[in-house]
Design a protein around this ligand. Structure first.
Ligand code: COA
Ligand code: AMP
Length: 631
């Protein structure tokens, strides 16, 4: 039996032994009493009774163990022309100082702190400072609008918000402060304090009595040490798109998160302490939490905090410049980024300028990696290119080629096989395993391994209903796919309304709610259509109320603006069409899947229950006019 197969089998046959062994790699203030408590499934708890601190394991332990002078974080920001290296010792001091600031402003153990920030060092410092004092952070991606931020403030009820005056996108400054003020105004919950990093490109006006500037906030505060927290205390809440406009607050348990992430660095990514690891994502997403901040620091690596894009900052050689300059050995990004680079530099002329001799592996996730992108990336980089599959909920990869254990043969279009700890099964609607090679709902047999979500923030019912009810005894991933006869997993599509735009997860249901709120719209549908760069982009269909006689183009422009204002620019909602009717079943269900198949020129089966098949011809004509459906 190969090493991977052997490790995988061990992880399932003896999960308690397997994860107890992995937990030895973490510094505990008190060891656990029980490795696994699954008495109240699906509310699984790992390392019950254990006490530890996330920040200690990410920062202080490395100083204590002699890595104080090593770079912990390299902030590389082509958009501001800045590179700053922060050693582990300096990071400890800055985090301890900000932890003291949080305490000064009344934030304590268990309190929530919202972090609405661009990709700057203060973001990482704020996250670690929360963990240091046992406060629970919730980072909100900067590309979300005030309304989305408001929903998160209302649900997490933070005592304090950390934000910045602005973010920098190529060609524009994203003014954060009005978004923050708008969100607080819209939210029923009001934080006591907002700490604002004033960036030199734009000073934000501060509200007296509530807002305080980052440096000024440090006055009269005392650096704080790491406190002891329970292994099952939440280290953070991260909101993700659900099937409605209301985001789900995924809870991350402290102990399981630490153990699983540390284990993943060596076993999945094959990365040792001291190496330079780079996840080119944003700290607002789970990839950023797990693989920009926590896992590389748990492992004693140097992590890169990159404030830039794959192209345009300044060119399609930006990623290769960072890899060469900082001697990155392992990188992680979304396939979209590779497609963007390929589009501008298909021959890799810019790549040829850089010394890539330290570079060992390229990981991709966030969306399906199409074989063309995989082949191109392999041809360019000449290192293993590993597609791996996971979700905000799981916090770390479910399926991957675990190159730190054994590099298996790469199969394009597949993230290889289950990572140790995850029992993946493909089920039919009756909860039976499908025949090998058949498509079904990709599900994980309970209990989930350490690090996965134990519940949703203050919403056990929604946790059960969203993930655990459809397939009793399993976690429903929301993805559909196949396990082939060689045991390789293929993740094909979502089973719900979630779409993946440039590796960003978005709910079409949430966008439909915005469209439906337009005064002239009677009915609407939003679906994801294939896009050569972003994988998918949203496309809206509008049916207008009787008697509306404004030009269609005006109404389309309205809804495009509304989605940008209410969800944010990240939704990339740029196209909509006015139609007379939407295709529906006789019971009134809109056939979004069929519209999507027509747009993507894919075969589909005409449902027997369709109300009026002629509508599909009208929809196809509209799609052609928009440049889809072979138009
Ligand atoms: N704050 C504010 N606005 C943001 C933002 C942020 N942090 N991130 C993105 N936006 C805005 C962009 O400026 C853009 O606005 P625009 O409509 O005014 O142009 C919009 O949101 C869409 O952004 P994006 O999806 O990034 O598209 P793009 O056309 O600007 O860039 C790529 C395309 C491929 C270069 C870009 O999507 C990319 O770098 N993808 C990598 C994917 C990735 O990191 N995924 C994370 C999961 S691993
Ligand atoms: P998020 O929670 O934002 O990380 O998005 C998770 C979703 O992105 C998954 O449920 C999948 O639909 C999709 N996804 C992530 N990685 C992959 C991958 N490697 N292949 C296919 N889909 C992926």
């Amino acid at each position: 039996m190969g090493l991977y197969a052997d490790t995988y089998r061990r992880s399932l046959e003896d999960p308690e032994g397997f994860w107890a062994e992995a937990a030895e790699d973490v510094v505990w203030q008190k060891r656990w009493d029980r490795v696994l408590d699954n008495d109240n499934e699906p509310f699984t708890r790992w390392f019950v009774g254990g006490k530890l601190n996330t920040c200690y394991n990410a920062v202080d332990r490395h100083v204590d163990e002699g890595r104080g002078a090593q770079a912990a974080v390299i902030y590389d920001s082509p958009v501001t022309d800045t590179i700053i290296t922060i050693s582990y010792a300096a990071l400890r001091d800055q985090v301890a100082a900000f932890a003291g600031v949080l305490l000064k402003y009344g934030v304590g153990y268990g309190d929530r702190v919202i972090i609405y920030m661009p990709m700057i060092p203060e973001t990482v410092i704020a996250m670690l400072a929360c963990a240091r004092i046992g406060a629970v952070h919730s980072v909100v991606f900067g590309g979300f609008a005030a309304n989305e931020l408001a929903k998160r403030i209302e649900d997490a009820t933070p005592k304090l918000v950390v934000s910045a005056s602005c973010g920098i996108e190529p060609g524009r400054v994203v003014v954060y402060k009005p978004l923050l003020d708008g969100a607080i105004e819209a939210s029923a919950h009001k934080p006591d304090t907002c700490i604002i990093v004033q960036r030199p490109m734009l000073e934000a006006p501060l509200i007296e009595g509530r807002d305080v500037e980052w440096t000024a906030a440090h006055t009269d505060s005392t650096p704080s040490d790491c406190v002891e927290v329970d292994a099952n205390d939440p280290v953070y809440i991260l909101y993700t798109s659900g099937t409605t406009g209301v985001p789900k607050g995924v809870v991350r348990p402290t102990g399981g998160h630490l153990v699983a992430l540390k284990w993943s660095m060596k076993n999945i990514y094959g990365v040792d302490p001291g190496e330079v690891y780079w996840a080119a994502s944003d700290v607002g997403w789970v990839v950023g939490h797990s693989y920009i901040v926590y896992a590389p620091l748990f492992q004693g690596c140097t992590t890169i905090l990159y404030e830039g894009k794959p192209v345009g900052t300044p060119d399609a050689g930006a990623f290769w410049r960072v890899i060469a300059q900082h001697k990155v050995s392992c990188m992680f990004t979304a396939p979209t980024a590779m497609r963007a680079i390929k589009k501008e530099d298909p021959q890799g002329k810019l790549l040829a300028q850089y010394d890539m001799s330290h570079f060992n592996s390229q990981f991709l996730a966030g969306e399906r990696c199409d074989p063309d992108t995989l082949h191109w990336t392999e041809k360019m980089l000449k290192v293993p290119v590993i597609d791996h599959w996971w979700q905000t909920e799981t916090g770390w990869p479910i399926a991957s080629n675990c190159i730190g254990i054994e590099c298996l043969a790469i199969k394009p279009g597949s993230p290889t096989a289950a990572v140790p700890g995850w029992r993946i099964e493909v089920l039919d609607p009756e909860c039976n395993p499908v025949t090998v090679g058949e498509i079904g709902a990709i599900s994980i047999r309970l209990p989930l391994p350490p690090g996965a979500l134990p519940t949703l923030w203050r919403n056990d019912d929604r946790f059960v209903e969203s993930y655990m009810a459809a397939y009793p005894g399993y976690y429903q991933t929301g993805d559909a796919g196949v396990i082939d006869k060689e045991g390789y997993l293929h993740v094909m599509s979502r089973t719900d309304d979630i779409i993946n735009v440039a590796g960003h997860r978005l709910s079409t249901g949430g966008m439909e709610q915005v469209l439906a709120s337009h005064q002239d719209v009677a009915e609407c549908a939003v679906l994801g259509v294939a896009d050569a760069l972003k994988g998918q982009v949203p496309l809206g269909f509008l049916v207008l109320k009787d008697g509306v006689n404004r030009p269609d183009a005006e109404i389309v422009a309205d809804v495009v603006r509304m989605v940008r204002q209410e969800i944010g620019p990240v939704a990339s909602f740029r196209q909509a069409a006015v139609v007379k009717r939407l295709p529906k079943t006789r019971s009134g269900k809109i056939l979004r899947g069929i519209i999507q198949s027509i747009a993507d020129c894919q075969d589909y089966q005409m449902p027997a229950t369709i109300d009026d098949p002629v509508i599909l011809d009208e929809i196809a004509a509209t799609l052609k006019a928009l440049g889809y459906a072979g138009g």
